[in-house]
Design a binder for this molecule. Structure first.
Ligand code: ZN
Length: 297
C-alpha cells in the first residue's frame, strides 16, 4: 500500500529501452517500459560522472585518498531495525564516530565528513550528494542487519551497488531503501522510484559502474578484516540496489555490521568492546585500501 503512489509513474506506457550495464555480469537488459524522465536522468548523470573523473589540474598526485564521507545509516524519526534493546540508528552512529576518530588520529590530512554526527534524519539522496559536493574519494555507509525469519542468522556483509543475485540480498536493499517513503519530497527526489520494484533496482545498478571494481576491492578488504581483526563470521561481499549508493561518484560500500535479530550479535554490537573491534576492523581495511591506491598497486 505504501508504494502505490510511486508505482504509477513506472507504469506509464513507453518505448522499449535497452540499458547496457557495462561492468555487471548481466550485460544487456531490456527494460519495458522506461519513463523518459529516468532515461534523461541516466544520461545527465553519465555526463556528471565523466567530469568527476577528470584529474584535478591542481592535483599532481591524483591517486591520493584525501576525503572520506562516513554515513551512519538512519537517524532521527527513522530508527532502522532493532534488537531486543538496541536501535540500529544508535549503533550505526557510534560505529561511524569511532571510525572517524581512528582515521583522523592516524591520517590528520584526510578530511573526514559525516553525513550526520548526531541523532537526526537525513534523506537518502542527500547522503550521496554530500559525498559528491565534497568530491569524496570514498563513501562508507554503516548499517545493522535483521533477519525476520530466524534469530540464528548472524555475521557481517558488505554491499556494493549492483544487481542482487538472491532474494535475501534484495530483501536487505528493500528494507534499507524503504525509508524514502518517510521523506517529504520523495516522489520528486527519486523520480518515481519504487523501492519495492525489481525493475527500479536494475536501473539503479547502471549508475555506479565506473567505480564497481574499486568498490568491490575495498569491500573484500572489509570482509577479510572483520574475520581477521574482529573474529566475525563473514557472509561475504554482495550486490544489491541501495539508493544511498546510487549517485555517488566514487567507490562506495554499505556495511551490514551484524544482525540485531541475533541476541549474541546484538549484545556484541551494543558493547563497547564490540564497537571498538568493528570500527577498528573497518579502519584497518580503510588504511590498507588507502595505502594500496596511493602506491598504485
Ligand atoms: Zn539500515
Amino acid at each position: 500500500m505504501k508504494s502505490k503512489c510511486v508505482r504509477s509513474s513506472f507504469s506509464t506506457p513507453g518505448k522499449v529501452t535497452t540499458l547496457l550495464l557495462a561492468a555487471l555480469p548481466l550485460l544487456a537488459i531490456t527494460v519495458l517500459p522506461a519513463p523518459d524522465a529516468v532515461v534523461q536522468e541516466l544520461n545527465q548523470d553519465t555526463v556528471r560522472r565523466t567530469n568527476a573523473q577528470e584529474p584535478d589540474a591542481a592535483n599532481d598526485t591524483p591517486n591520493q585518498l584525501r576525503v572520506v564521507v562516513l554515513d551512519a545509516g538512519h537517524g532521527g524519526k527513522d530508527p532502522g531495525t532493532h534488537g531486543r534493546y538496541a536501535k540500529e540508528k544508535t549503533i550505526n552512529l557510534n560505529l561511524i564516530l569511532q571510525l572517524g576518530r581512528k582515521i583522523k588520529d592516524k591520517y590528520p590530512n584526510v578530511r573526514v565528513i559525516y553525513t550526520r554526527s548526531s541523532d537526526h534524519f537525513v534523506d537518502l539522496y542527500e547522503r550521496g550528494a554530500i559525498a559528491n559536493r565534497n568530491r569524496a574519494d570514498l563513501f562508507i555507509s554503516i548499517h545493522c542487519n535483521a533477519s525476520p525469519s530466524s534469530s540464528r542468522v548472524y555475521g557481517t556483509e558488505t554491499y556494493t551497488l549492483g544487481l542482487h543475485r538472491t532474494q535475501s540480498n534484495l530483501d536487505v536493499a528493500r528494507r534499507e531503501n524503504a525509508v524514502i517513503l518517510q521523506e517529504k519530497n520523495y516522489q520528486q527526489s527519486y523520480k518515481g522510484f519504487n523501492p519495492n520494484s525489481p525493475l527500479a533496482t536494475i536501473m539503479l545498478a547502471n549508475y555506479q559502474h565506473a567505480f564497481i571494481a574499486s568498490s568491490i576491492t575495498f569491500a573484500e578488504k572489509l570482509e577479510r578484516s572483520f574475520r581477521q581483526n574482529a573474529s566475525r563470521k563473514s557472509n561475504g561481499v554482495k550486490q544489491a540496489g541501495f539508493i544511498v549508493l546510487w549517485k555517488t561518484t566514487m567507490p562506495s560500500v554499505l556495511i551490514e555490521s551484524g544482525y540485531l535479530t541475533n541476541p549474541d550479535e546484538e549484545n556484541y554490537l551494543r558493547s563497547e568492546e564490540g564497537q571498538d573491534e568493528i570500527s577498528t576492523a573497518i579502519y584497518k581495511a580503510f588504511a590498507q585500501y588507502k595505502q594500496e591506491i596511493e602506491s598504485g598497486d
